[in-house]
Design a protein around this ligand. Structure first.
Ligand code: PMP
Length: 432
């Protein structure tokens, strides 16, 4: 595989952008090797500047659940662009997408659109503090909720990949308001509520963790979080930026039948355009300006192009709900398990954590139930595996602490090719 043009573009990018990238994990530092520069995507495939083709298993880190350049989304975006990219005034499309979101998520009565998951979680926390009049926030080690100051404490995704304990530039007074606890450990949550009696505004979590690699909630864990927050007068915030519209139409809350007070959405809700949302019970959301005292705003919030892509994507998911989610489940199971079987045959220790069309192949023999067990994985083996897969035209997320995503555009043939590639890649992993 030649990456000549990508290399030249990377060299230019490194002079202008830190690490050559606009988001850290894209730099491939964790897996080594050179990042291909993408020119084109269609369905399950990406093509790079040197003409190499890849089966895409990261889907822009989640949004592309219907595959790249999904024709109805492309057409909707083109039509919206022809009417002007932005107005800074209200459009019907915002209500149209809001209606679809409310239909998919029964816990959301009202919502506000923003442009990134970071804004959604940051604003949800501000609302929770205003609503409860309390200042502490519980989050979990290895969960990533975007890069606002208070949420970078013991975060997942790139923060975990690069081993950054918190972040430089976040004052300890701010970090100190975030209580980071181990995931799947209800005793730790009870102890925090006892210690900070009547001071905890909310618990925020990824109900199925994706940003430490995929980790499912233990049986009864989400129910226990729901019960303790209700009892203690705190809010429960499900960050479904990754899981919303992916694990089920109504996200993890549909799958596990839990109603959080607030939900954050991103990725799929904007069909690949900059769009996210936070929503929940009307009495909480109505605290936002102009109705209430909590300020939050955005020049490009509810952007017409993003709304158009979101309506096309979410509209399709709603209309084809049964087929979409059963296909995603069976195809994901086939490839996730098919690859795991090859690992076993090659004698490579692998733990596969999968919930629907989201999973992680952890290079460890032990069960992965929280960040500590995820971090016990052999990241060097993962890096060798990643490089060997890329070399064979299969592009996996470039860190052990990320989730693999499948789209409805992936075919059986793509999956078989992936399993064959994994067979060769595990031989390489086992040899070195
Ligand atoms: N929450 C979760 C669960 C995420 O996975 C992400 C991004 N991967 C974010 C929040 C932040 O979203 P964004 O990158 O759009 O700011």
């Amino acid at each position: 595989m030649k990456l000549t043009r990508s290399r030249t573009l990377q060299q230019r990018a490194e002079k202008l952008l830190p690490g050559g990238v606009d988001s850290p994990v894209r730099a491939f530092r964790a897996v080594g090797g050179e990042p291909p520069f993408v020119v084109h995507g269609e369905g399950a495939f990406l093509w790079d500047e040197d003409g190499n083709r890849y089966i895409d298993y990261f889907g822009s880190w989640g949004p592309m659940i219907l595959g790249h350049a999904f024709p109805p989304a492309v057409e909707a975006i083109q039509q919206a662009a022809g009417r002007s990219a932005s107005f800074g005034a209200s459009t019907a499309a915002e209500g149209d997408l809001a209606e679809l979101v409310v239909k998919a998520f029964p816990s959301i009565e009202k919502l506000r659109f923003v442009s990134s998951g970071t804004e959604a979680t940051m604003s949800a926390i501000r609302l929770a503090r205003a609503f409860t009049g309390r200042k502490y926030v519980i989050k979990f080690e290895g969960c990533y909720h975007g890069h606002s100051d208070g949420l970078l404490v013991k975060a997942g995704s790139g923060v975990a990949t690069f081993g950054i304990p918190g972040s430089a530039g976040v004052p300890e007074e701010i970090a100190g308001l975030t209580l980071a606890l181990p995931f799947n450990d209800i005793d730790a949550v009870q102890a925090a509520f006892a210690k900070y009696k009547n001071q905890i505004a909310c618990i925020i979590l990824e109900p199925v963790v994706g940003n430490a690699g995929t980790i499912a909630p233990a049986e009864g864990y989400l129910e226990a979080l729901r019960a303790i927050t209700t009892l203690e007068g705190s809010l429960l915030i499900f960050d479904e930026v990754m899981t919303g519209f992916r694990l089920a139409l109504g996200g993890a809350q549909e799958l596990y039948r839990i109603l959080p007070d607030l939900t954050t959405l991103g990725k799929i809700v904007g069909g690949g355009l900059p769009c996210a949302a936070f929503g929940g019970r009307a009495e909480i959301i109505n605290m936002l300006a102009p109705l209430g005292p909590v300020y939050q705003a955005g020049t490009l919030s509810g952007n017409p192009l993003a709304m158009a892509a979101g309506i096309a994507t979410v509209g399709h998911l709603i209309a084809h709900r049964a087929e979409v989610y059963s296909q995603l489940e069976s195809m994901s199971e086939a490839v996730a398990e098919g690859v795991a079987v090859e690992a076993a045959k090659a004698g490579v220790a692998l733990t596969t954590n999968r919930v629907g069309a989201m999973w992680t192949w952890f290079f460890t023999a032990e069960p992965v139930t929280d960040f500590a067990t995820a971090a016990a994985s052999d990241t060097a083996a993962f890096a060798r595996f990643h490089r060997a897969m890329l070399e064979q035209g299969v592009w996996l997320p470039c860190s052990q602490y990320e989730a693999v995503f499948l789209s409805t555009a992936h075919t059986i043939e793509n999956l078989e090719q992936t399993i064959q590639a994994a067979k060769a890649a595990f031989a390489a992993v086992a040899e070195s």
